[in-house]
Structure formats: C-alpha cells, structure tokens
Design a binder for this molecule. Structure first.
Ligand code: B12
Ligand code: SF4
Length: 478
C-alpha cells in the first residue's frame, strides 16, 4: 500500500448513485446533486500536484456494470500509475459503496481504496469489515487525503482508521482541523459537469442553478443531526463566497444559487457584507439558503431580499415545545412564527423543514404541528420521518434503549419509521407523514399562492412535476 511518487499517483473520487429504487420521498423532488465534497477534496489534492478526477456515478455510471466499464477506461488511460480511489459514503448509500469498492478491487488489485463522509466517519469499523476499503478518513479529510496520496507511512497519518497486519482495526490520533477555511482552494468545479446539476424542485427560481456550500461545523446540538465536521462553525469570507459565485456566473452562466450551508446566516456580518458585495458587483443572481429561525431578523432579511435572496428554508422540525426540547432544537414556536412572518414580510418565499416521529412525538404533538403549519401557511414544506443516523444522539438513545427497528442502512432516507416510540406506532408515523404532505399541498390557499407566486413557465412546469411525483409516491405507499 505504499506510493512512491506523487506524479505517478492518480486519484479518482467516486460519488455513488443515490438509489432511486428505495423508498425515499425526497428523491421525488430531487433532480441531480453535485458531489460538492469531492470537488473540495479534488481541489486540495490537485493543489498538491496530484492528478485527480471525479466519477459521479449518477451521471456517468448509473449501474454496477457501467461503473466497471468506466474504471477499465481509467485503467487503460493511466496505465502503470498508482491509483488511489475514494468513495463518499453517507448512510443510505453505504451498501452501494461496498459493491463499488469490490468492483474497484477486482479491476485494481493494487489500488489504495479509501472512504470518507458521514457514514464512514461514524461506522468506520463496519466499512473496513464489509468492504475491501484500505483506509477510512474520519471527519474533515483534506489533510489526511493529502498525506495518503503523497505516500506518508500509513501509521503516521492522523484522522484515519485502517486494518493492520494482524487484521486488527487501528484508529490513529484525531486529525487537526483546518481553522482558516479561506485557505481552501475553490472547489474543482471544472471537474464537474456544472450545467447537468440541478437543485431540488421548488428550491431554484431559474436555470442554470447550482448548489454551493461555504461553511463547516455547527455549534448547535439537534439530536437527529449528523455532525461530521464538528461544533466549530467556520465560514469562508464574503469575498471568497463572491469569488465562487462570480466564477460560476461567468464561466457557466449560473444565475441561480442554492447555498446549502447548514445555517447560512449564522454570521450576520458576513451575510450583510456578501449582500453588499453582490450589489457592488451588480451581478443579477437569485439565491436560496438554509438557516435557523433564531438566526434571522427583519433587517437582515430585507437586505438579503434586495441582494436576490428568493427563498429561505428553516429547520423547524416541530411546533410542540416538548418535542423541540427533547430534540434539543433550542427554539420555540414563538420564534418560528416570528421568522415566518418576517420572511414573508420581506417578500422572501418561506420553506419549513419538518419531521414526524422524533423522540417525544405523539398524535397530539403532530396534530399541533400540522395545525400551526396550516395556520402560518409558509410557501413550501418538506417533511421527513425522523431518522437516527449513526453518530447522532437520537441513534445513541434509540440503540441504547433497544428501539431501533432496523439497521438496514439503505432504509435510512427519511421515509421509513426506524425507531419505536412510546407515543406513536410506525403505522401512525407513516400516516402522519402522508397527512402532512397531502393536507398542506392540497390546501386550496396554498395551491393558489403557489400558482400566483410562480414567475415563469418553467417554474410552473417544475412545481407541477414535483407535485405529481410526490403525490404518486404517497398514493402508492401503503
Ligand atoms: C449539501 C447536502 C446535501 C445535498 C447534496 C449532497 C452532496 N453530495 O454534496 C443534497 C440536498 C442533495 C443532500 C441530499 C441528501 N442528504 Co445531505 N447534506 C448536505 C449537507 C448540508 C452539506 C454537505 C457538504 O457539502 N458539506 C461540506 C463538506 C465539506 O463536508 P462533508 O460532506 O462532510 O465532507 C468532508 C468529510 O466528510 C470528508 N469526505 C466527504 N466525502 C468524502 C469522500 C472521500 C473519498 C474522502 C476521503 C473523504 C470524504 O471530506 C470532506 C472535506 O473535508 C450535509 C450536512 C453537512 N453539513 O455536512 C447533509 C448530509 C450529508 N446529508 C444527509 C442526508 C441524510 C442526506 C439524504 C439521505 C437526505 C434524504 N433523505 O434524501 C440525501 C442523500 C443524497 C446523496 N446523494 O448522498 C446527512 C448524512 C447523514 C448520514 N449519516 O449519512 C447530512 C450529514 C445531514 C445531517 N446533518 O444529518 N444533501
Ligand atoms: S440540524 Fe442544523 S442547527 Fe441543528 S445541529 Fe444540525 S446543522 Fe446545526
């Protein structure tokens, strides 16, 4: 497993297909997601002088056979070179990645196979045992991957796990974090087919639209959230954010952006500066971001609106104070209401992200949440079934109490009840999941608002497509 010369190394980063065959409602509104994390890692490795490519299976290798063919093409093209092949593993794609790793091992018996991402970070033992993966990179991976491709002895690399000669799993010391993320190069957007990607239906206003993220870590502790990059919130400077936006605008004509940072508005000053920079540059873009209801205020929202922000998604989860408390959300129904009102007043479309089947949920808490949502009438809602991702407090609690109903990872998509609750059966969770979507999107006033607010034919077509897909999914579901 040793690499001798960085020029000889070819690093191939693989993003698996998010399996559309499995029950997952979000698939119905999702289009094509860019592997942003791989673009970040690729840029870092390339900066260190190593040639790198990204294979996005969703676009170029939708099944195992075509994946094998693609690998053979790389092998042919880069004969005699040492391959480092890396897989992005999130929980629902874990099994698929294990299959991809097996195929890779057959085609490249001598390659170094590595894996990273949220699932690999929290269940590295399983990954090393179930797949022919040589090294798992834990958490932030730029520095560890650099050392792997630059041939450092494996035992001296921190932030990884691997199997030693005795087949024992060794976890090395934690890796130091990159504290100034402005030193990260711009993600290798040139390695992605930018215009083939498209954010979820309803999240973009016009095309081409692209997703971006500029921050790492979150100081909050919501119990269901997988925090691969820890608690320290770091965000690139507004100037760096603008640089990336401008790059995509000028080189690929991207006019609409979805900032998928967990909480884009955490650093208020940064957001205001970014809005000012957009104005100074006179770039006419529209954008959308995710945030928390306690990280906005009326003035900030007005400034964002003037700078092209057309939609905000708030992680709200529930309107029940007991549930909000149990999931450690650290917000109140009053704060949620205030955020919805000031967002609407600012002329920004408001999307609430909700969950059913969280710890503490009962029929009463879910009825209350639905009632409040229908009263406040945000423009959109997203509803998922609370899913206990490995490494989260929700998973640890449910596992400790023997409440996990299945550890079949490809069910961990947010559309299957996986935790046995005191106050609700799985059937009731499923019924509420359906009820939330159907009651909201079949509400005459919501439909009227959606139609009258849409500004172009394409948006109407897309919303209709999303509506039909979601309803088809829910109707077919038992
Ligand atoms: C943007 C985003 C999306 C986007 C695009 C995803 C993408 N491929 O980029 C969309 C909206 C499509 C999406 C969908 C989903 N997402 Co998502 N998403 C995110 C989000 C908000 C940001 C991801 C990101 O770019 N982070 C910034 C980078 C720098 O961090 P990172 O991804 O962790 O990458 C670093 C390391 O993990 C590591 N690393 C990552 N990949 C690799 C690969 C290799 C080879 C190596 C060596 C290292 C490595 O190095 C990176 C740089 O240091 C995260 C939350 C978060 N803050 O991470 C959730 C998150 C990744 N999503 C999550 C989930 C559950 C989903 C869905 C299953 C939701 C659903 N029900 O459908 C789907 C799965 C889709 C898919 N194809 O995988 C969970 C994953 C939980 C888990 N246990 O797997 C997260 C962590 C949210 C959460 N807090 O719980 N998601
Ligand atoms: S859900 Fe959002 S606010 Fe809560 S811990 Fe995760 S990233 Fe932070």
């Amino acid at each position: 497993m040793s690499i001798t010369n960085s020029n000889e190394v070819f690093c191939l980063l693989v993003s698996p297909v998010f399996n559309p065959g499995k029950a997952n409602l979000l698939m119905m509104v999702r289009e094509q997601d860019p592997p942003l994390n791989l673009a970040m890692l690729a840029a870092w490795v390339r900066q260190k002088g190593v040639e790198v490519a990204i294979l996005d299976c969703a676009l170029d290798a939708p099944d195992l056979m075509s994946f094998g063919k693609q690998l053979s093409v790389y092998k042919e093209k880069h004969q005699g070179r040492k391959f480092v092949i890396g897989f992005y593993i999130c929980t629902p794609t874990a099994y698929q990645c294990y299959e991809l790793a097996k195929i890779s091992r057959n085609i490249f018996p001598d390659a170094v196979l590595v894996a990273g991402g949220p699932h690999a970070t929290f269940v590295f033992n399983e990954v090393l045992n179930e797949a022919p993966i040589d090294i798992v990179l834990i958490g932030e991976s730029e520095l560890s991957l650099e050392e792997i491709v630059l041939q450092k002895p494996i035992e001296s690399i921190s932030g990884i796990a691997f199997k030693d000669k005795n087949n024992e799993i060794v976890k090395t010391l934690p890796r130091e974090r990159i504290t100034d993320i402005n030193i990260l190069p711009m993600p290798a957007y040139d390695l992605l087919k930018i215009t083939k990607y498209r954010p979820p239906i309803g999240a973009f206003k016009r095309l081409p639209s692209f997703m971006l993220t500029f921050s790492r870590g979150c100081p909050n502790n919501c119990s269901f959230c997988t925090k691969t990059l820890g608690k320290n919130h770091l965000q690139k400077s507004p100037e760096k954010i603008l640089e990336e936006v401008k790059f995509l605008y000028k080189n690929y004509g991207v006019v609409d952006f979805v900032f998928v940072d967990d909480t884009f508005t955490t650093n208020r000053g940064n957001v205001i500066r970014f809005c000012q920079l957009l104005k100074d540059e006179n770039i006419n873009i529209s954008w959308h971001c995710y945030t928390r209801v306690d990280h906005v205020d009326a003035e900030l929202l007005q400034i964002m609106k003037k700078a092209g922000c057309h939609q905000l998604m708030y992680g709200v989860e529930s309107f029940s104070p007991e549930v909000l408390n149990l999931i450690n959300k650290n917000i109140t129904p009053q704060l949620i209401e205030k955020a919805v009102v000031i967002t609407k007043n600012a002329g920004i479309s408001c999307r609430l992200s909700l969950m059913v089947g969280n710890r503490g949920d009962t029929k009463e808490s879910l009825e209350l949440t639905l009632k409040e949502v229908l009263r406040l009438k945000p423009d959109f809602i997203n509803v998922l079934i609370a899913t206990p991702g490995p490494g989260t407090p929700f998973f640890e609690w449910a596992d400790r109490e023997g409440r996990i109903l299945s550890k079949q990872w490809d069910l961990y998509t947010g559309s299957t009840p996986l935790v046995r609750l005191e106050g609700l059966s799985s059937k009731e969770i499923n019924d509420f999941f359906k009820k939330f979507w159907l009651r909201f999107y079949f509400h005459p006033l919501i439909i009227f608002k959606l139609i009258t607010k849409t500004t172009n034919k394409y948006q109407i077509y897309n919303l209709f497509k999303g509506f039909m897909r979601v309803m088809g999914f829910l109707v077919k579901r038992k």
